[in-house]
Write a protein that binds this ligand. Structure first.
Ligand code: NAP
Length: 307
C-alpha cells in the first residue's frame, strides 16, 4: 500500500487552503472530505469580511472557488470519512469505512458543527421547525414568526438574514448584552423586525408535530412563559468534530485541538487548522491562514523527519 506525503482531513476553508499549498509544493497529497467540500461556509449567505471581496461573496461561491483553486494545481479530493487515527512508527494511518490510508504527515481540518441547546423538544422537532441554519431554512418562514437563540456573530447575522422572510424575529439571549461584533449588533438593533429578548433562556421547545412555541424564562424576574412561534433557530456556538481524536491528540475541555504556533498538534507529524483548533477567533480568513501554515510546517517536518 502506498504512503502519501500528506493527507488533509476536511474540506472547509482550512483544508482547501492546506490543499492548495500542498499541491503547489508538489507534495503527494490527498484531501478527504465526508460531505461536499466547503464546510460551514456552505451555510453562509453572504461572507462580507473576506478581504478583497468588497461587496461580499456568497458562501457557496466562495467554497466553490476555493475548491476549484486547489483542483487547478492538481489536488486530489476524495469523498470518504475518517473515524480513527493511529501511528505505525513514523507513518500515520487513517482508518474509515473505505479502509486504511497511510501517510507521513496529516493536517486535521475537521471543522466544527452547531451546538445544541439541550432542552426538551429540540431533538424531536429538529427538521420540523427547529433549525441550525437560517440560510438553509429561512425561506420556509415567509410572513411567519421565528425565535432565534444566541447572542454571537452567527446569531446576529442569521437573525438579520431571517428578516428577509419572516414577519417577526425574536432574538433570545441569555445575558443583557450581545456578544456579536459592533457592526452586526448594530444591524440587529436597527432592524424593526427583530425584537431582542435579553437575559432570557429557553426551557423547552413545544409542539406536537411541528414547532408551536418556545418556553422561556426571564432570568431577571424569574417569570416563565410560552412565546408562540413557527420556527426555532439555534445559534449558540459550535463544537468541534474531534470526537474520533479523543485520547490521540491533546484537546481542550470542549474538544478543540491544541496546537503550537506552527499548527503542530501533540502528535508528531500531525497538524491542525481551522475551526477545530483551540483559539480566540474562528473566521474564514483565520482558517485559511492556518491551513497555509499547517501545510508549510508539514513540509518542513517531512524534510526533517522523513528524508
Ligand atoms: P459564539 O461566539 O460562541 O456565540 C454563542 C452565543 O450563544 C453566545 O452569545 C452565547 O452566550 C450563547 N450560548 C451558548 N450556549 C448557550 C446556551 N446553552 N443557551 C443559550 N445561549 C447560549 O458562537 P457563534 O456566534 O456561532 O460564532 C462562532 C465563531 O464564528 C466566533 O468566533 C465568531 O466570531 C465567528 N463568526 C464570525 C462571523 C463574522 O465575522 N461575520 C460570522 C459568524 C461567526 P454568551 O454570550 O453568554 O456566552
Amino acid at each position: 500500500m502506498s504512503t502519501h506525503d500528506l493527507v488533509i482531513v476536511g474540506g472547509g476553508p482550512a483544508g482547501l487552503t492546506a490543499g492548495l499549498y500542498a499541491a503547489r509544493a508538489r507534495l503527494d497529497t490527498v484531501l478527504l472530505e465526508r460531505l461536499s467540500p466547503g464546510g460551514q461556509v456552505l451555510t453562509t449567505d453572504v461572507v462580507e469580511n473576506w478581504p478583497g471581496d468588497i461587496d461580499g461573496v456568497n458562501g457557496f461561491d466562495l467554497a466553490d472557488r476555493m475548491r476549484d483553486h486547489a483542483l487547478k494545481f492538481g489536488l486530489e479530493i476524495r469523498g470518504t470519512e475518517i473515524t480513527k487515527l493511529t501511528a505505525d512508527g513514523k507513518i500515520k494511518v487513517l482508518h474509515g469505512p473505505d479502509g486504511e490510508i497511510r501517510t507521513k504527515a496529516v493536517v486535521l481540518a475537521v471543522g466544527a458543527q452547531p451546538k445544541k441547546l439541550g432542552v426538551p423538544g429540540e431533538d424531536l422537532l429538529t427538521g420540523r421547525g427547529v433549525s441550525y441554519c437560517g440560510t438553509c431554512d429561512g425561506p420556509f418562514y415567509r410572513e411567519q414568526t421565528v425565535v432565534c437563540f444566541g447572542g454571537g456573530d452567527t446569531a446576529a447575522e442569521e437573525c438579520v438574514f431571517l428578516t428577509r422572510f419572516a414577519e417577526k424575529v425574536y432574538m433570545v439571549h441569555r445575558r443583557d448584552e450581545l456578544r456579536a461584533a459592533g457592526i452586526l449588533a448594530e444591524r440587529v438593533m436597527n432592524n424593526p423586525k427583530i425584537e431582542l429578548l435579553l437575559s432570557q433562556v429557553p426551557l423547552e421547545i413545544k409542539g406536537e408535530s411541528k414547532v408551536e412555541a418556545v418556553r422561556l424564562k426571564n432570568l431577571k424576574t424569574g417569570e416563565e412563559y410560552d412565546l408562540p412561534c413557527d420556527g426555532a433557530f439555534v445559534f449558540v456556538g459550535t463544537s468541534p468534530n474531534t470526537e474520533f481524536l479523543r485520547g490521540v491528540v491533546d484537546m481542550d475541555r470542549e474538544g478543540f485541538l491544541i496546537c503550537d504556533r506552527d499548527q503542530h498538534t501533540s502528535m508528531n507529524g500531525v497538524f491542525a487548522a481551522g475551526d477545530c483548533c483551540s483559539k480566540l477567533l474562528r473566521q474564514i480568513v483565520v482558517a485559511a491562514g492556518e491551513g497555509a501554515v499547517a501545510t508549510y510546517a508539514a513540509q518542513r517536518y517531512l524534510e526533517e523527519v522523513h528524508e
